[in-house]
Every structure is written in structure tokens, then in C-alpha cells.
Design a protein around this ligand. Structure first.
Ligand SMILES: Cc1cc2nc3c(=O)[nH]c(=O)nc-3n(C[C@H](O)[C@H](O)[C@H](O)COP(=O)(O)OP(=O)(O)OC[C@H]3O[C@@H](n4cnc5c(N)ncnc54)[C@H](O)[C@@H]3O)c2cc1C
Length: 283
């Protein structure tokens, strides 16, 4: 009998708006760019919380025509733009990794570096920026406003993701407690979406290649949750509705799956630009 509590813990962080400069661009596959950003000296580092795999920042992009980057300042823990300024376009991205800077100048505070993995999917300001980014380009980073640590004590983790959640999967593979089996299913449109992942003992990773909205829900059917299992899923909102519905239908041993055993997040929605993931999944 398992005693997993499946508890998630939340920590709030004060809002910071950071200016960051591209220091490296790496092609992880045909559709993914790892962009490493050096924070401006003197800016507070981005908090790094182990197993907070969903930690994300809002990346603020320069105006596509003028190239100007307008960033808010923080007043009473809220972003405030200069009078009359146009709000920059922002999109949510997972904090894939952070590292201390290597600037060892006399009294310089080392600038923290942050890696973000961008899917280059074709349209949209974030995808377009990432496909053209090169060292020296600047963006703004807002947040993270909080960190949610995933449960440290499951019997098994079942993680379902599309390519936007591959960075979070990388964190699962690196940061999940040792000894807990990790079952990962990743849906990508085709083989060009496959990227290298960190190795981990006891993890099984399955790549599925199609764009159907029910692929991840079907994958969950083939991995029915048992008591103590924790199901985590992130990706396109319509696909996530199906995953959540399937989890509810499957239940455990004829009983409903406890809400604490399932975490589903809609990272984007097909046909919608800049969707806010705090909206209900169905909207
Ligand atoms: C918490 C969180 C973490 C995220 N982490 C990451 C991450 O680490 N890496 C990452 O790449 N994405 C991540 N995303 C998803 C990313 O924010 C969205 O994909 C975002 O919409 C991309 O912005 P855009 O400007 O490229 O496209 P938008 O302007 O938002 O959309 C333009 C068009 O492109 C479509 N579209 C958007 N994203 C995709 C896609 N991936 N594939 C196909 N079509 C798409 C939209 O439906 C729309 O029709 C995350 C989202 C959330 C909420």
C-alpha cells in the first residue's frame, strides 16, 4: 500500500523585470533552439527551485519593426510601463536551466545565465524571434512570480508532453527524486521534433509522431494510473482537455483519481496567439 502524499508546494517570488542578452544559440533539433541569455549585471538572479519543472518567465520581445525593447518597471510588485509606452509582446517560456556567469572581473557581480528552449513552429513573434536570434540580441524576462514544486514521493510519475513541454520534461529527467520510475510520452509532429534528452535510470521515454489531438490521451489509456501514481501533462490546450477527461474516466480501481494525482496545463492553443494559460483549459 503506497503512502505517497502527492503534495505540491508553492513559493511566491517578488516580481523582477530583467534585461538579458543572448550569449549563445544552439540547435537542439530542427525545431528547437536553446537560447542562453546573460542577465544584465546587478539584476537579481532568477530563482532556481529543484523539481519546480513548470517554472516559467514571460519573455518580452523587441518591437519587430523598430527593434526597440520597452520594458516595464516594477511598482508595488506590479509591472508599470512608462506613460504612453506600447506594451511589449510577451510569451511564457520554461526556465530550462540557470548557471552562474563566468565574468570574473574585479568587483563585477557575476551575471547569471538562463537557458530557454524555444520551439520554432513557424508563426508568432516568439517563434520568429527565436528562429533569428543571435548573440547580442536583447529581450526582457518578467518573473517567475512563483515556483510550484512537484510531489517528491510518487509511486510512479507519468509525464505526457508535446514539444513545448520538452524543456519541462528535461527538468523532470534531471530533477525527479532517484528511485521513482518515470514514464514519459512526448508527442512531436514528426521526426524533426526529436531532441536529445538527459539520461536517467528508471525512465522510459516514448516519442509519438503525429499531430492528432487525442494522441496523448490515448497514451495515458495505455498507462492506467495506479494508487500513488502522479500524472503530469502539458501541451496544446485541446489535447490537454482530452488528457484530463481520460484521467477522470480511468480513475483508480473504480474510484475517481484524486485531484492531487493529476496536473494538466494548456501551454498554447491551436489557432490562438498568445493564449493565457491561466484561462480554463476549455476556453
Ligand atoms: C508555463 C508555460 C511554459 C512554456 N514553455 C515553453 C517552452 O519552454 N518552450 C516553448 O517552445 N514553448 C513554451 N510554451 C508555449 C509557448 O508559450 C507558446 O507556444 C506560445 O504561443 C508561442 O508564442 P508565439 O509568439 O511563437 O506564437 P503565438 O503568437 O502565441 O501563436 C501564433 C500561432 O501559432 C500557434 N502556435 C503557438 N505555439 C505553437 C506550437 N508550439 N506549435 C504549433 N503552433 C503553435 C498558435 O496556435 C497561433 O495560431 C510554454 C507555455 C506556458 C504557458
Amino acid at each position: 500500500m503506497t503512502t505517497a502524499t502527492l503534495q505540491r508546494d508553492r513559493q511566491l517570488h517578488p516580481l523582477h523585470v530583467r534585461r538579458a542578452t543572448v550569449s549563445a544559440v544552439e540547435h537542439l533539433g530542427e525545431r528547437m533552439r536553446r537560447i542562453t541569455l546573460a542577465l544584465e549585471h546587478g539584476t537579481p538572479p532568477i530563482p532556481w527551485v529543484r523539481l519546480a519543472v513548470g517554472d516559467h518567465v514571460k519573455v518580452a520581445f523587441p518591437h519587430p519593426e523598430t527593434g526597440q525593447l520597452t520594458l516595464p518597471t516594477v511598482v508595488d510588485d506590479r509591472p508599470q510601463l512608462p506613460e504612453g509606452a506600447q506594451r511589449p509582446v510577451t510569451r511564457d517560456y520554461t526556465v530550462r536551466a540557470t548557471s552562474d556567469g563566468d565574468d570574473e572581473g574585479e568587483d563585477a557581480t557575476a551575471a547569471q545565465r538562463v537557458s530557454i528552449d524555444f520551439v520554432v513552429h513557424g508563426t508568432g513573434p516568439a517563434s520568429t524571434w527565436a528562429s533569428q536570434a543571435s548573440p547580442g540580441d536583447t529581450v526582457g524576462l518578467l518573473g517567475p512570480r512563483g515556483s510550484m514544486t512537484e510531489p517528491r514521493d510518487a509511486r510512479r510519475y507519468v509525464c505526457l508532453a508535446d514539444e513545448t513541454a520538452i524543456p519541462a520534461i528535461g527538468r523532470w529527467l534531471e530533477e525527479a527524486p532517484e528511485g521513482i520510475p518515470l514514464e514519459v510520452v512526448i508527442q512531436v509532429p514528426d521526426a524533426t521534433g526529436i531532441v536529445p534528452l538527459p539520461p536517467r535510470d528508471g525512465a522510459r521515454v516514448t516519442w509519438l509522431m503525429d499531430e492528432a489531438a487525442d494522441t496523448l490521451a490515448q497514451a495515458l489509456q495505455a498507462l492506467p494510473p495506479a494508487p500513488g501514481d502522479y500524472v503530469w501533462a502539458a501541451g496544446e490546450a485541446g489535447a490537454m482537455v482530452q488528457v484530463r477527461r481520460t484521467a477522470a474516466e480511468l480513475g483508480i480501481g473504480g474510484e475517481a483519481l484524486a485531484p492531487s494525482a493529476v496536473q494538466v496545463d494548456g501551454y498554447w492553443r491551436r489557432g490562438v496567439a498568445g493564449r493565457d494559460h491561466h484561462q480554463p483549459l476549455e476556453s
